[in-house]
Write a protein that binds this ligand. Structure first.
Ligand code: GLU
Length: 281
């Protein structure tokens, strides 16, 4: 059986959506059609008996629009204020959409401290386990309202990999505005080739990850995605980067279709998540 086929039997799935997949770039408002489809996909995974976690960005972007700010906020306090407004609005929308399918959801906001403090980390893990055992779909974000530079992960690609590692997820799906990993930037190099499967993350691959996704609303470029891939694969989680333009890609991935770039899990018994966070983030 090929590796893609194996994805069918995976039980615990973390899906990360970036702001660029949730927000209309022209207006900064939520793309309700995409959100609706995302929620339907996640509820259907639940209906198949899978455990599902959603890591969603968008707090700062949604808050910025609600407050009528035209520019991206550039001071910490303004970002935090936007996040405080936006996270609540975002959750309200998620609650409403999940409720249409009678699906319980929950909000989990984390900072780096949640992970490096032993007690907080154990508490967070227990909460995830308890929620998943009751069939709830937790919606996770960085706690942007209180997380200043010293204690933030900074981007949700990394956060979603940390969550996947914490709860020992089987699969992490990163939905972005790109199809996956290329040998070079496909926007500037027409010879750039698509990579559909990565067995090991080596220096050559890290060197390819230059530049960013070029989006105005998210924070994660290819470098953060490769960092996420390291955390996930070394923790024993398969990771897929795929284009969130059509949210239907979620069920296609879990049905074993060859879409996006798959980073095969490569569990490293010496990988210690907390050391990685303290040394790299
Ligand atoms: N936590 C940020 C937000 O919700 C997003 C970070 C990211 O997109 O990587 O606005």
């Amino acid at each position: 059986m090929n590796t893609r086929e194996l994805l069918k039997d995976k039980k615990t799935i973390v899906v990360k959506v970036g702001s660029s997949s949730l927000i209309h770039p022209e207006t900064g408002n939520l793309n309700l059609i995409k959100l609706e489809k995302l929620i339907r996909e996640l509820c259907d995974l639940r209906n198949q008996g899978k455990d599902v976690v959603l890591v969603s960005s968008g707090a700062i972007g949604v808050g910025r629009v609600a407050l009528g700010l035209n520019e991206r906020p550039n001071t910490i306090s303004l970002k935090q204020a936007c996040a405080a407004v936006g996270q609540a609005k975002l959750m309200m929308t998620y609650q409403k959409l999940f409720a249409e399918y009678n699906q319980n959801t929950a909000q989990i906001l984390m900072t780096k401290n949640t992970m490096v403090n032993n007690l907080s980390r154990i508490n967070a893990k227990n909460t995830f386990d308890e929620l998943l055992s009751m069939g709830v779909i937790p919606v996770v974000n960085e706690n942007d309202t209180v997380s200043t530079y010293e204690m933030q992960f900074g981007d949700n690609d990394t956060l979603s990999a940390i969550v996947a590692s914490l709860i020992k997820a089987d699969v992490l799906i990163l939905l972005s505005d790109i199809n996956g990993l290329y040998t070079d930037d496909p926007n500037t190099n027409k010879h750039a080739k698509f990579i559909d499967c990565v067995e090991t993350i080596d220096q050559k691959l890290l060197d390819m990850a230059k530049g960013s996704s070029g989006s105005d609303v998210g924070t994660g470029g290819m470098a953060t995605k490769l960092q996420a891939a390291r955390i996930a694969t070394e923790s024993g989680t398969d990771m897929i980067i795929a284009n969130g333009e059509d949210m239907g890609v979620i069920h296609r991935i879990i049905e074993g279709e060859n879409v996006g770039t798959l980073f095969k899990q490569n569990k490293n018994e010496d990988f210690y998540l907390i050391d990685f966070i303290e040394e790299n983030l």
